[in-house]
Design a protein around this ligand. Structure first.
Ligand code: AMP
Length: 500
């Protein structure tokens, strides 16, 4: 199929041609005609598949007729992170160069006055992270009654980051009659329920089976006996041994991003660091310099790197095995993009066997092993390709009320913060978020027999509260710990659950 078969306008086709695209990607082929027809869309697609253009291209054409009114955006795109929002805004620049559409990017860490000024002038496309959008709404700077097209992108990430109550609130402020596009890389049952709640008779398009990794990525696993310093030595050996043009190196925690960054710098690697605690101008500048090839390595956390379009990425290193198996798919999806060859190498200590097993369970096959020069490996605890984590049941003690968070019923980031020790996980404060509302428990990946070498799970801790301004801080802890949403029970949880 050619772009000219999709029903796009000559202006958009010209911009696409100038972007160098010769033919639509599968998600574009499937989605664009339905979006142009005005249908709701449920898209199951990873980043790297051309997903952004699958909604931006038809939106440009739909919005080409009509005019924006002051403070009343005509369309809204919700993104979980500032970087993703900025990337989508860039796409509108590229694809919309022959259409005079106005847009505003509402993200934290940038001047709110400038954003207000843009809104005042009227915008066709509003690209926002949920927190900043609600802030501006509460200040009376924006009216959402004119939104005719809504895109909820990276929904599974929104869920992970606890944004769903905010997204629900935002959707409640929009007109009922609208066109909605809902994208997610994975489709666990909670996401399916959300889609049912937000979409009306949607057309479903999927380009990759959920949770599969792009087959252009050659994956390897290096098992390292020892501790984190041995991992650092292994990483150095691997970077030297492989033809690394440009690589992302993922850590699970911000603190470890900093430690690894300093270590690599000390060993004279060309390296930068990126995580959500860094000031937005520094994040933007680091990313721009990395994209320009100023650094070979970017040590980063999931929230900072999620969905980023870095086409020249030759390698992804998982310095830490991701705690959520789905993050593995997202991380390695940063390489091997748009059909290019890519390489991912995951470094695992014995205590990461359990997380590794979950990944193998999700992928449905083992990750081929390799060794790093001068680094001892380990055996045992080999993950079974048949499944992921063992179902853990944790007894509730008599002084805990029903619904006290256990390993199974807490929000994912809570589970992450527990297993990550004392530091709050990246997603809690690394993104542009409103405080203290938690996501429902995400679907657990397929489960496996327990890995033999899996260590004992660390003791459970109470959730780490998300930062709040003094005004927002509640007087007391939530009175009903059994409700992961606090006072807010999202509408989709009140709906009967269809078997999926
Ligand atoms: P996305 O999945 O939206 O993050 O896009 C991944 C990458 O694919 C981006 O670098 C896009 O510029 C690129 N891309 C999108 N559509 C096409 C296409 N039809 N042909 C080639 N590259 C594309």
């Amino acid at each position: 199929m050619k772009f000219t078969d999709l029903g796009l306008s000559p202006e958009v086709l010209k911009a696409v041609d100038e972007a160098g695209y010769t033919k639509p990607t599968p998600i574009q082929e499937k989605a664009i005609p339905y979006v142009l027809m005005g249908r709701d869309l449920l898209g199951c697609a990873q980043t790297g598949t051309g997903k952004t253009a699958s909604f931006t291209l038809p939106m440009i054409d739909i919005l080409a007729s009509g005019r924006a009114r002051a403070r009343m955006p005509r369309s809204l795109i919700l993104e979980p992170t500032r970087e993703l929002a900025a990337q989508v805004a860039e796409s509108f620049e590229v694809y919309g160069k022959y259409n005079a559409l106005s847009k505003a990017l509402l993200i934290g860490g940038s001047s709110i006055t400038e954003q207000e000024r843009k809104l005042e002038r009227g915008v066709d496309v509003l690209i926002a992270t949920p927190g900043r959008l609600l802030d501006l709404f509460e200040r009376g700077r924006i009216l959402l009654a004119g939104v005719k097209i809504l895109v909820i992108d990276e929904s599974d990430r929104m869920l992970d980051m606890g944004f769903i109550p905010d997204v629900e609130r935002i959707v409640g402020l929009l007109p009922k009659i609208r066109q909605t596009m809902f994208f997610s890389a994975t489709m666990p049952p909670e996401i399916r329920l959300l889609a049912d709640a937000f979409l009306m008779n949607p057309k479903e398009v999927a380009v990759d089976p959920p949770s599969s990794a792009a087959d252009t990525v050659v994956q390897s696993l290096v098992k390292i006996a020892g501790e984190r310093k041995d991992k650092r030595a292994a990483l150095r050996a691997l970077v030297r041994a492989e033809a690394v043009k440009s690589a992302l190196v993922f850590c699970n925690r911000k603190r470890d991003v900093d430690i690894l960054f300093r270590s690599l710098k000390k060993h004279d690697f060309s390296v930068a660091a990126l995580h959500g605690d860094m000031a937005q101008p520094v994040r933007t500048d680091t990313l721009a310099r990395f994209k320009n090839g100023e650094f070979q390595l970017l040590v980063c956390s999931d929230v900072a790197a999620r969905g980023l379009d870095l086409p020249e990425m030759s390698h992804v290193f998982n310095f830490d095995v991701p705690i959520h198996a789905e993050d593995y798919v997202h991380r390695i999806g940063r390489t091997g993009r748009a059909g290019r060859a890519g390489r991912s190498i995951t470094l695992a200590l014995p205590e990461e066997a359990r997380a590794l097993a979950a990944i193998v369970g999700l992928l449905g096959h083992p990750i081929p092993e390799m060794t790093a020069d001068g680094v001892a490996g380990w055996t045992g605890g080999d993950p079974s390709p048949r499944g992921g984590r063992r179902r853990r049941t944790r007894k509730r003690t008599s002084d805990q009320p029903r619904g006290t968070p256990t390993a199974r019923n807490v929000a994912p980031e809570t589970a992450q913060s527990r297993s990550a020790g004392t530091q709050a996980p990246e997603s809690r404060n690394g993104a542009d978020r409103r405080p203290a509302k938690t996501a429902p428990t995400r679907a657990e990946p397929r489960r496996a027999e327990p890995a033999r070498a899996a260590p004992k799970e660390p003791a459970l801790r109470e959730r780490t509260p998300v930062e709040r301004t003094p005004k927002e801080r509640p007087a007391a802890a939530p009175s009903r710990p059994s409700e992961p949403f606090g006072e807010h029970t999202p509408a989709f949880l009140l709906r009967p659950v269809d078997p999926v």
